[in-house]
Design a protein around this ligand. Structure first.
Ligand SMILES: [Zn+2]
Length: 340
């Protein structure tokens, strides 16, 4: 397609040279919610060479207010976000190589995909995953862009391994969220789009290798309260940091290979991830529970079983979402019923 990127090439910091670089780069995007869909759409329209999207969830009606790639039909059919995003992105720009993975972001999975990436973009909603991205990025020396939003508030910071402080440094200083608060404050879409604008702009600077242009500060804003500030956090970097310090141990490396139970913030849902992902026979699972009289639904990616008052969603890799509870022990009982 001729002239597709002409306006972007006219912008001198990109130019034809920058555009060519952009088309040779691979971005790993973790999360396909509000931040993920916005980042993905902008980068795909900008003509990035390759985009890998990792997301563990499926589209629900309450996502449509801000998650810009999804439709009512995606929600009605409960299509995994990574799959629905890929479909829409391919329609937008068929020249971009898009790969979508419907998985929970484990250390092993991140490491595998990040090895081939020039940049990682954080579009998650929790600090456990962000600290894991932080470890993987430092282990491999790949830059990554932290982004977070809630209510009308947002934050962005570019982490350059070996240069800037890392997220753990900021987190331990209390400069970014504590990671233990389950956020139910809601969100307005401009808070997400504002974070996306900063993330995509910093991403483009990295991808066209205009390192001088990077912002370098921790960006914070609250659109409703008319607040914007940028904080110089250079001094926060610690030489004893287990991720970016002199003798890194990458703390998230050692927490792998366990069955992981996680309460999903503000969702009244517990996720259980098996220690070893293995393929589940979804049609067989559907049959077993349908025969026992339960209400069961299946699409190519997952089976939904109603154990009233709870709803269980089983993905093909063995991961299970137990909706209707925040109690991990209760969720584990249901999990045992599935595979027991
Ligand atoms: Zn650090």
């Amino acid at each position: 397609m001729q002239g597709r990127y002409s306006r972007q090439e006219l912008f001198s910091p990109v130019g034809k040279k920058g555009q060519k670089k952009l088309q040779e780069k691979h971005v790993l995007l973790i999360g396909a919610g509000a931040l993920g869909t916005g980042n993905a759409e902008a980068l795909v329209r900008a003509g990035v060479g390759r985009l890998t999207i990792i997301d563990r969830d499926y589209v629900e009606e309450s996502n449509l207010q801000r998650q810009q790639l999804y439709s009512e039909e995606d929600a009605r059919l409960a299509i995994p976000k990574a799959v629905a995003a890929k479909r829409r992105l391919t329609a937008i720009n068929s020249a971009v190589r898009i790969h979508a993975e419907v998985i929970d972001a484990s250390y092993a999975a991140l490491l595998e995909w990040a090895k081939e990436a020039d940049l990682i973009i954080d579009a998650t909603d929790n600090y456990e995953t962000r600290l894991m991205i932080n470890d993987v990025a430092h282990q491999l020396g790949v830059p990554w862009i932290y982004g977070a939003c809630t209510g009308s508030h947002g934050m962005v910071f570019v982490v350059l391994p070996g240069q800037t402080p890392c997220l753990r440094c900021l987190w331990e200083k209390g400069a970014v969220g504590s990671g233990h608060t389950c956020d139910t404050a809601g969100i307005i879409s401009p808070a997400a789009t504002h974070v996306i604008s900063y993330q995509v702009t910093e991403a483009m600077k990295i991808l066209v290798e205009d390192w001088q242009a990077l912002n370098g500060r921790l960006i914070m804003f609250d659109l409703w309260k008319n607040m914007h500030k940028e904080i110089n956090v250079g001094k926060v970097k610690r030489s004893t940091c287990p991720t970016c310090g002199e003798s890194p141990v990458y703390p998230h490396l050692s927490s792998e290979n366990l069955t992981k139970t996680a309460v999903l913030c503000g969702r009244d849902t517990v996720q259980i991830r098996p220690a070893k992902p293995g393929e589940v026979n979804l049609p067989a699972l559907e049959q077993t529970f349908a025969r026992q009289g339960y209400s069961v639904k299946r699409n190519p990616y997952m089976v939904t079983i109603h154990f009233s008052p709870h709803r269980l969603v089983v993905f093909y890799d063995g991961r299970v979402l137990v909706h209707g509870t925040n109690d991990e022990a209760e969720a584990k009982k249901y999990y045992a019923r599935l595979f027991g």
